[in-house]
Ligand binder design. Structure first.
Ligand code: SAH
Ligand code: SF4
Ligand code: F3S
Length: 440
């Protein structure tokens, strides 16, 4: 039992991919992964602290683990809550032996040796010191249809509300040679879809100076065998026309850009320290609208930032109308430790934040209903991501990142990670439905 581990992951795709690297590292060190914490000698928890709710979940789960702590099990807390709370976690949960943020994972093998020798209170809390990224040849690929490559770690933008610069350390990029070598290995192992990751993926700065982000994107898209390249998250400050040109000229680059705006009001953007205005953001949108391909655009929004007025909210609502997003992730502002905005009064009551959130979501739903309806009767390439056996349905995704549920005349459902042409027969505000077109 001692060399078995169980890992649970919360948070963003970067955290999910960090877990894949942690799993690969542990397996290389002779550990075996189990699906149940009761069977595990080592329990790891990879945490997120982006909003209060994410963090509360962590402490709640740690309390649940307490019942297992009498059986000689070891516990490790990784990720953003680990970095943020540091040694305080040992005080709150004394049965935890290891606390490490993502900037220290490259030291994981050494930390594991110390853990095995019975050491307690082991920490990996390098924060803004490191220039290194965490890449390992032992990455476990747990997603059957998509392979991730983190090309940028950390963040130097320090938006007023955000914990990431404190939990993930300073911004650093992985060399383009190393990224491309990994992309080729991924293709050789049979994957056809790659997603490039970074808290701000397009802030990429090749340490070797060879490539811009758009050039790297294009190069990954031209790796033989790769049919789909996604990238997330793009920051408006570093969004260039070259990215749009790359998407236009290389069909394997997916026609989808996630470009978080946070607010449609320049005054709120200023208070958030986003360093762009509404007009500046809309100019980037206009580049995408002018592209030859139909680029699907999605965004993130925060409502109820300190001082947000009804007019500011209205500015965000009209921005939704102007951009015609295909998807919006909207969050209620949550004050975070260490961040500049923690000093501003969290002036908008919770119910008012909920009301504002609902106004935006209702408005956006109608936009999406119309946007998705435009696909009716068209045929598109869909990658199979899963099955709903009960309804004999296939669950897939279009290049634009839209969910497509479809049926097929074939008796055997197509395999995960295969592609089908699908004719769209029904549309909804969040998904499309159709039937596979018989292969010719
Ligand atoms: N780097 C990306 C976003 C990363 S965090 C960018 O700058 O656009 C993912 C999303 O979480 C953010 O886009 C934001 O909408 C939301 N978020 C971050 N901090 C938050 C907070 N304190 N309260 C509410 N939402 C927050
Ligand atoms: Fe957070 Fe801003 Fe960095 Fe995005 S750019 S991760 S919102 S600090
Ligand atoms: Fe959460 Fe850290 Fe990602 S705070 S969203 S896991 S960078």
């Amino acid at each position: 039992m001692s060399k078995t581990f169980y890992i649970e992951t919360f948070g963003c795709q970067m955290n999910a991919h960090d877990s894949e690297k942690v799993i690969g590292t542990l397996e290389h060190e002779g550990y075996q992964r189990v699906e149940n914490e009761d069977d595990a000698g080592l329990i790891l928890y990879n945490t997120c602290s982006i909003r209060d709710k994410a963090e509360q979940k962590v402490f709640h789960r740690l309390n649940e683990y307490k019942r297992l702590s009498g059986e000689g099990k070891k516990f490790a807390v990784l990720g953003c809550v680990a970095q943020q709370e540091g040694e305080k976690i040992f005080d709150r949960a004394p049965y935890v032996s290891l606390v490490s943020g993502s900037a220290s994972y490259r030291n994981l093998p050494q930390m594991l040796v110390r853990l095995e020798s019975g050491e307690k209170r082991i920490t990996g809390l390098d924060d803004r010191q490191t220039e290194e990224t965490f890449d390992t040849e032992f990455t476990a690929r747990t997603n059957p249809h998509r392979a991730y490559i983190t090309i940028v770690e950390g963040c130097d933008k320090f938006c007023a509300y955000c914990v990431v610069p404190y939990t993930r350390g300073k911004e650093r990029s992985r060399g383009s040679d190393s990224v491309l070598a990994e992309a080729r290995r991924i293709a050789d192992s049979g994957f056809t879809e790659i997603q490039l990751l970074g808290q701000n993926v397009n802030s990429y700065r090749d340490p070797s100076g060879r490539m811009t982000f758009a050039e790297l994107l294009a190069a990954v898209g031209q790796v033989p065998g790769i049919r789909r390249v996604r990238f997330t998250t793009s920051h408006p400050r570093d969004f260039t026309r070259e990215i749009v040109q790359a998407i236009d000229s290389i069909p394997s680059l997916c026609d989808h850009v996630h470009l978080p705006v946070q607010s449609g009001s320049t005054a709120v953007l200023r208070a958030m320290a986003r360093e762009y205005t509404r007009e500046w953001y809309l100019e980037r949108i206009s580049w995408m609208k002018a592209a030859k391909r139909d680029i699907s655009i999605t965004t993130d929004i925060i409502v109820g930032f300190p001082g947000e007025t009804d007019q500011d909210l209205e500015d965000t609502a009209t921005l939704l109308d102007e951009v015609q997003y295909d998807g919006v992730f909207a969050f209620k502002y949550s004050p975070r430790p260490n961040t500049p905005s923690i000093g501003m009064a969290d002036s908008i009551p919770e119910e008012e934040k909920s009301r504002r959130l609902q106004i935006l979501l209702d408005r956006q739903r109608e936009i999406q209903r119309r946007n998705y309806a435009k696909h009716l009767g068209t045929t598109m390439e869909v990658m199979v991501e899963g099955h709903n056996s009960a309804r004999a349905q296939v669950i897939g995704r279009s290049s634009q990142n839209k969910t497509v549920n479809f049926t097929t005349a074939q008796p055997i459902l197509p395999a995960v990670a295969s592609y089908r042409s699908v004719r769209i027969t029904q549309t909804f505000p969040n998904s499309l439905a159709g039937e596979a077109v018989a292969a010719e």
